[in-house]
Design a protein around this ligand. Structure first.
Ligand code: CA
Length: 386
């Protein structure tokens, strides 16, 4: 390769200066005929200038021509040989470059293949995790209540979160209901029917609101008597009621009833309670028969079934409406009674009567009822043999 290039470099100036024609004439680059190299006798310009018309060749012209022709043929042969060598070298060079490029392409191709494999693996991983998510997503909307949702999800997810779920109780033609499910408290599966914590939700409501429900499911709310009726009156289902109380000084207590159901709206959603258990006392039944709120119908400010008809005498006061006495809230009043969990956590209006506050009279310390700052009422299915 190196010597070929050297020969070419030696020959190139000469080749560029002139080219050889078939008839033995030499042409310069512009194509003009060089008379000195024609078949005519060679003439030395200096000599011909002095001796005009005389043959001035030192060597006979035919010999000079022969030498030049030989030289020409030799140059042509060398040129052809050089071109051949150059061609072969060029082909080899190109071949080497192409082989190198091919190798680089092969490496790139294998890298692309490897990346594609990784992408496919990742895609299948994503598809698999999506499938797993979708497989549990519809389950929460196929429970009849929070206990049913818990039972359905238990085999699918290790920990069921508390939160807002869609339920569809049996024997209802209504649309799906939204409820808050407590899945952490005492084994979970609780459907929250009432929560009172900060007093930010107004519980001074008419009958229609207590029938349909109001408030914020994630915070303070009343689920609604109609929804509650549908949940607790499902076929082959029995529910327990749990009342969880927190006092102003952060003491906790509870009252539990092993059966809880309601009559329908024509019976004013009368409450029915089973056996009591707990630490807060049975305020629903109170100390005396006339304080017993079990089987009492629900009353509100505009629907009065409170047992004070026309009036009761309570704490040296004549009372016509227990709802009015209890901060215009709704409840299962019976001659007002000793329990009303819908009153306010705080006495925001500085009313001096304790009946404007959350009332659970049987939870006492040193004979004095606790000041209650928050309460949650929740229900859960009781496992039966039916
Ligand atoms: Ca009344």
């Amino acid at each position: 390769m190196m010597w070929t290039t050297a020969v070419l470099l030696l020959l190139l100036p000469r080749l560029l200066h002139s080219s050889v024609t078939e008839n033995g004439k030499l042409f310069n680059q512009s194509g003009e005929a060089d008379e000195q190299l024609s078949d005519a006798p060679a003439v030395d310009p200096k000599r011909s200038a002095g001796v005009k018309g005389r043959d001035t060749c030192a060597i006979p012209c035919d010999i000079t021509i022969k030498i030049l022709q030989d030289e020409k043929h030799s140059i042509c042969a060398q040129l052809q040989q050089s071109l051949l060598v150059f061609g072969r070298s060029t082909r080899k060079l190109i071949s080497n470059v192409m082989e190198e490029q091919q190798r680089a392409l092969d490496i790139l191709s294998s890298q692309v293949t490897e990346l594609m494999t990784k992408v496919q693996t990742l895609s299948s991983e994503v598809r698999r995790s999506n499938t797993e998510m979708f497989s549990i997503k519809p389950v929460p909307s196929h429970g009849r209540d929070c206990s049913d949702i818990k039972d359905n999800l238990m085999s699918v997810v290790p920990k069921i979160p508390s939160g807002i779920y869609i339920i569809h109780p049996e024997n209802t033609d209504s649309s799906f209901e939204v409820v808050f499910c407590e899945m952490d408290y005492m084994g979970g599966g609780w459907t929250v029917m009432q929560r009172r914590t900060d007093g930010l939700t107004d519980f001074k409501r008419p009958w229609a609101d207590y029938a349909d429900g109001f408030g914020n499911l994630a915070g303070e709310h009343w689920l609604g008597l109609k929804k509650l009726f549908h949940i607790v009156n499902q076929k082959d289902a029995r529910f327990q009621l749990h009342v969880a109380l927190v006092s102003a000084d952060d003491a906790t207590s509870y009252a539990s009833y092993d059966d809880f159901h309601l009559d329908n709206e024509t019976e004013f959603f009368s409450i029915h309670l089973g056996r009591y258990a707990g630490s807060a006392g049975d305020a629903f039944r109170g100390y005396e028969q006339e304080q017993n709120q079990d089987t009492a119908p629900f009353s509100a400010l505009d629907v009065d079934s409170d047992g004070c008809n026309p009036s009761c005498f309570i704490h040296n006061r004549t009372v016509e409406s227990c709802s009015s006495l209890h901060n215009q809230t709704g409840w299962w009043f019976n001659r007002c009674g000793l329990a009303n969990l819908n009153s306010s956590p705080e006495d925001t209006e500085h009313n001096q009567t304790p009946r404007t506050r959350i009332l659970w009279d049987t939870w006492r310390r040193n004979g004095i009822p606790h000041v209650i700052k928050s309460v949650t009422m929740k229900i859960r299915r009781i496992v039966t043999n039916n």
